[in-house]
Design a protein around this ligand. Structure first.
Ligand code: HEM
Length: 514
C-alpha cells in the first residue's frame, strides 16, 4: 500500500488512497482477513435483465415492511380486553371495542405519521407478496428452479407460504369487523382438519371461538416468530444465490460456464440502492395517497355481526373464493363429521397447490429425464408444456380470486347469488382446461417463429399496373427484428474461474467464470 498521495505528499501511516475507509478495511483485514472474501464478493458479476430485479422488489418491500412494522408495534396493543373508546375519532366515541381495535384507531388518528405507517405497512405487504408471486413465476417459466437451484426454489416456496400466513396474521390484528370475520373463517378451517381439527383449533385459540388470547398469540407470531424465520430463509436464499451465481438468458457470449453482466461494485450496488429508494418511494406515495384498510369504517369486531362485501386481502382471495363456491357436502362416519365444504377448498386445495409447487422441480426432472446443471434460462416458448401447466394453475387461481366476490358480483349485476355461484363453479372447473391448450398453442407458435431464428417476415402485397400481384418483405420489419434479436451491447464483465484473488478485472476487460 503506497503511503504517498497522487500529489506526492506523504500520507499519515496506513492511510491508503481512500483515506479512512481503506485504513479501516486494512485494520479489519489484519484482524479478520476480510479482504479476500470482500474482494470476491465485490467482484461478483450480476447478469442484466429487468426480470432479475423482481427479487429485489421483494427484498426491499420486505425491508419497508420490517421498518414500518417496528413503528406500529410500538403503539399497537395486542389485547381483546373490551374498553370504551374516547379517542380522537369522534364517530366511534363511547363505543365498546377491544383494546386492539382502539389502539389501531388511535394509531390512525392520534399518533403522528401513524396512518402513513399503517398504510405503508399494508401496501408493502401487498407489494411484497405480489412481487414474490411474479418473481416465482419468472423463476418457474424460465426454468431457474432446475439443478442446482432446487433448494433455492424450496426455500422460496416456504417463504411464499410464510408471507401469506403472516399477511393473514397481520391483517387480523386490528380486530375490526372484516378481519374478525377472517379469524372466524380461520377457526372453522382449523376445526375442519379431520380427526385433529378440534384439538388444533382449541390449541391455537385457547378454547372456543373467539376466546380471549388469539390476538396476543397472533401478535407474537406476526412480529417475532414468522419474521425471524423469514429473515433466516431470505439470508439462506441470498447466500445460495451468491454461491450458485445468477442464471442468465441465452445470448451472445453467454454459456453455461460463464456469467455475463455487471460487477457488484460499483454498478450493481448503485443500481440496487437506487432500486431500494424507488421501491420505498413508491410505497410511501401509496401510503400517503391511496387509502387501504380503513378499519374505522368497518367498526370493531363482534361475533354476532357480519357485513356484505367482506373480502380478504388479494393473496387470500383464492382460498375465500374456493370456500364460497364449494357445495355444502359433509362426511359422517364413526361419530366423526368431516365438513368437506371447508376441508376440501381450504385444507386439501392449498395442500395440493403448495405440494405441487414444492414437488415441481423433481416432477419435471422425472418427466424430462433432464438431470443436467442449468445456468442458462429457457424462453417460456421453448418449454410449451411447462408454460401451459403454469398458465393453467394461474388461470385457476385467478378464477378463484374472482369467486371471492360472488356477493359483490350478484349485487352489481342484479343476479341471484345462486346463479353467480353456479357460474363461478363452472368457470373455476373449466379454466385450467381451457388455459392449458391455449397457452400450449401460443408457446409452440412463438417457439416456431423464434426457433427459426427469425420471425417470418410479413410480406407486402402490391398490385402492378398490369393487374398482377407481387409479395415483397416489409423493409422496416426486417431491421427491427435483427436489432431485437441481437443482444444489446451492454458494458459487460465476464467472470473467470481462477485463484480467489485473481487480479481485479479493470472495467473494460472480460474475465470468464463458473
Ligand atoms: C422473501 C421472499 C424472497 C426474496 C426476498 C427473494 C429474493 C431474491 C433475489 C434478490 C434474487 C436474485 C434476483 C432475481 O433473480 O430476481 C432471487 C433469486 C431467486 N429466487 Fe428468490 N426471493 C424470494 C422468494 C422466492 C420465491 C417465492 C421463489 C420460488 C418459489 C424464489 C426462487 C428464487 C430462485 C430459484 C432464484 C435464483 C434465480 C436465478 O438464478 O435465476 N424466491 N431471489
Amino acid at each position: 500500500m503506497s503511503d504517498v498521495s497522487p500529489s506526492g505528499a506523504a500520507r499519515p501511516h496506513g492511510r491508503g488512497r481512500y483515506g479512512r475507509v481503506s485504513q479501516a478495511v486494512t485494520e479489519l483485514d489484519e484482524r479478520l482477513g476480510v479482504a479476500r472474501g470482500a474482494r470476491t464478493f465485490l467482484d461478483k458479476i450480476f447478469p442484466d435483465h429487468w426480470s432479475f430485479m423482481l427479487g429485489e422488489i421483494v427484498l426491499y418491500s420486505f425491508v419497508v415492511l420490517l421498518a414500518t412494522g417496528v413503528f406500529l408495534s410500538l403503539y399497537y396493543v395486542p389485547s381483546s380486553t373490551v374498553v370504551t373508546y374516547h379517542g380522537s375519532y369522534l364517530p366511534l366515541d363511547g363505543m365498546p371495542m377491544s383494546q386492539a381495535y382502539a389502539s389501531t384507531v388511535d394509531l390512525s388518528f392520534a399518533v403522528r405519521a401513524g396512518l402513513l405507517m399503517r398504510q405503508m405497512h399494508h401496501w408493502a405487504a401487498d407489494i411484497f407478496i405480489g412481487s414474490m408471486v411474479v418473481h416465482m413465476a419468472r423463476v418457474f417459466f424460465t426454468g431457474a428452479f432446475r439443478k442446482p437451484r432446487e433448494l433455492n426454489w424450496t426455500i422460496g416456496v416456504t417463504l411464499l407460504t410464510l408471507a401469506i400466513v403472516n399477511g393473514f396474521l397481520g391483517y387480523s390484528l386490528p380486530d375490526d369487523l372484516v378481519s374478525g370475520t377472517g379469524i372466524r373463517i380461520a377457526y372453522s378451517i382449523l376445526l375442519s382438519v379431520p380427526l385433529v381439527g378440534t384439538y388444533l383449533a382449541f390449541w391455537v385459540f385457547g378454547g372456543n371461538f373467539p376466546g380471549t388470547v388469539v390476538l396476543e398469540r397472533f401478535f407474537i407470531l406476526h412480529v417475532l416468530v414468522v419474521p425471524l424465520v423469514m429473515l433466516g430463509l431470505v439470508g439462506a436464499h441470498l447466500a445460495l444465490l451468491v454461491r450458485q451465481k445468477h442464471t442468465q438468458f441465452p445470448g451472445e457470449g453467454r454459456t453455461e460456464e460463464n456469467v455475463v453482466g455487471t460487477p457488484m461494485f460499483p454498478v450493481f450496488m448503485a443500481k440496487t440502492t437506487g432500486f431500494l429508494l424507488v421501491v420505498t418511494g413508491v410505497i410511501a406515495l401509496l401510503g400517503g395517497f391511496a387509502q387501504i384498510n380503513p378499519i374505522w369504517q368497518f367498526g370493531p369486531y363482534e361475533a354476532s355481526r357480519i357485513s356484505y362485501a367482506v373480502q380478504p386481502d388479494w393473496y387470500m382471495a383464492f382460498l375465500d373464493g374456493a370456500l364460497r363456491i364449494f357445495p355444502s357436502w359433509s362426511f359422517h362416519s364413526f361419530g366423526h363429521t368431516i365438513p368437506l365444504e371447508v376441508t376440501i377448498p381450504a385444507v386439501v386445495l392449498p395442500g395440493l397447490l403448495f405440494g405441487l409447487a414444492y414437488a415441481w422441480p423433481a416432477l419435471e426432472r422425472r418427466v424430462t429425464h433432464d438431470d443436467a446443471i442449468h445456468h442458462l434460462l429457457d424462453r417460456p416458448s421453448a418449454r410449451p408444456r411447462r408454460t401451459a401447466a403454469g398458465v393453467a394453475v394461474l388461470a385457476l387461481l385467478a378464477m378463484l380470486f374472482v369467486a371471492s366476490s360472488t356477493d359483490v358480483i350478484a349485487n352489481f349485476f342484479h343476479l341471484s347469488l345462486n346463479t353467480v355461484l353456479w357460474a363461478m363453479r363452472v368457470l373455476v372447473l373449466i379454466s385450467p382446461f381451457v388455459a392449458y391448450p391455449i397457452a400450449y398453442a401460443i408457446a409452440r407458435e412463438m417457439h416456431a417463429l423464434h426457433g427459426a431464428g427469425k420471425r417470418k417476415t410479413p410480406n407486402v402485397v402490391t398490385r402492378s399496373a398490369e393487374g398482377t400481384y407481387e409479395a415483397t418483405p416489409a423493409p422496416a420489419f426486417v431491421d427491427d427484428v435483427a436489432e431485437e434479436l441481437a443482444p444489446a451491447p451492454v458494458p459487460t464483465f465476464i467472470e473467470e474461474e481462477g485463484p480467489a484473488v485473481a487480479p481485479r478485472p479493470s472495467r473494460g476487460t472480460r474475465a470468464v467464470d463458473r
